[in-house]
Design a protein around this ligand. Sequence first.
Ligand SMILES: Nc1ncnc2c1ncn2[C@@H]1O[C@H](COP(=O)(O)OP(=O)(O)OP(=O)(O)O)[C@@H](O)[C@H]1O
Ligand SMILES: [Mg+2]
Length: 474
Amino acid sequence: MSSETRRVLGLETEYGLHHWNPEGRPLPAEEVARYLFRSIVEWGRSSNVFMPNAARLYLDVGSHPEYATAECSSLTELIAQDAAGDAMFRELAAQAEDAMSRDGIGGSVHLYRNNVDSAGNSYGSHENYLLRRGTEYRRLAESLVPFLVTRQLLVGAGRVVPGTHPSDAESSTGRAAHFAFSQRADFMEEGVSSATTRARPIINTRDEPHADPSKYRRLHVIVGDSNLAEPTHLLRFGATDLLLRMLEAGRGPRETELRHPRQAIRQISRDLTGRTAIELRSSAVTTALDLQRRYLEHAQRFVDAEGAHHDAVPRVLDLWSRTLQAVDSGDFTGIDREIDWAIKHRVLEGYRRRHGLDWDAPRLAQMDLAFHDITRGRGLFSMLRQAGQVERVVTDAQIEHAVAHAPSTTRAAVRAAFIARARERGLPYTVDWTHLKLEEHPRHALSLKDPFDTDQTCLDWLFDLIDAPVSGRS
Ligand SMILES: Nc1ncnc2c1ncn2[C@@H]1O[C@H](COP(=O)(O)OP(=O)(O)OP(=O)(O)O)[C@@H](O)[C@H]1O
Ligand SMILES: [Mg+2]
């Protein structure tokens, strides 16, 4: 594939962190985070580092550990690189637990790959897509909103939503506890904006391309749930990338703008039939299911006309179509090994029925949380996966490889090689998405403005230079 048709993809995942202590009070999250990052700080002198696989691992505000994949250029690469982040944190959590126990602190450390904590705080799973600067960005972002609002039918992570009372601010009538498509839907505030926390938009328009700004833009989508199943990831990035391609080519469906995106995303989330009426800006009334069918038909036609631009396109389209069929028929068995919300629904609904529970039973809320626990041997989803009850896209060997190796098809490979060479020689360095710098040679900092440039000769040049006689040094 040429760099004209390839797209850089990246995924940032924030984790919930918690200490369970049966014998006493749990440690505050900041202290658990200090244990969690201890070996990272020893290794990289900071709790904000670029790892040997060129990903960024850091502690965000609110003590939410975050892993941002390096720049990937295929879906399988992205899925493996993202899973490498779970593997790293799983290891760090085990180390933290050992260190705490040496300090006489019992209990266990848990990391949740979810989006809501028990206090009702929400944290994110942000997607990054590289766009060419020429695209009419604002229009493209606006056109993408209805797709993203309805995309939860495909790739929501599923959530047991607690009931509300008539006195609650959110609703004047009160609402029964229920199972919803999405974790994030109830927390999104607006469509397209440059803020991330205050107004929580669906797309963040802050212009930070992490690349040559005259050529590129980075689309930052912050509405998504943290996904667990690999096929759900495949569908999330695969379908969104297809939609972007259609919009870039001016071939997306028209007149899809929603009148009230904030309200629509909430209503759609709580209706597993996909048939809640939503109003378009044109005043026409439609449903999430119908809108998604339109997107899928357009995508199928687009691929028929243009050809598939990567090997996984048929699998993306097939999964997209089967998921809409499942929502349409109310029979989720065709997707309950592949799509997050359906996998979770199968487990929780089964339990609920067997025990005659309502959705507000505390046990179901606990199971919902346990579903997302990624620490060793504990999470419900991990157990299902180990038992072979969820489909895969990559192998364990690919994930293991991604822990130690950067994607080979983007500049991430150059960043990883730089980190390896600087560390091998004990040279202090600083790195970000676009810069590589040896601290003792600041004038020779390297700039990686083209995300597709994998040429490492700049590193040979830099390291030869510092090996040269004193006169050649900076
Ligand atoms: N040019 C690019 N196009 C698309 N994605 C990119 C590009 N450069 C970097 N990325 C991806 O963007 C993500 C950036 O992660 P990071 O957590 O640093 O996000 P941020 O939005 O810059 O900052 P923060 O999370 O601190 O607000 C990574 O997953 C990375 O691979
Ligand atoms: Mg981030």
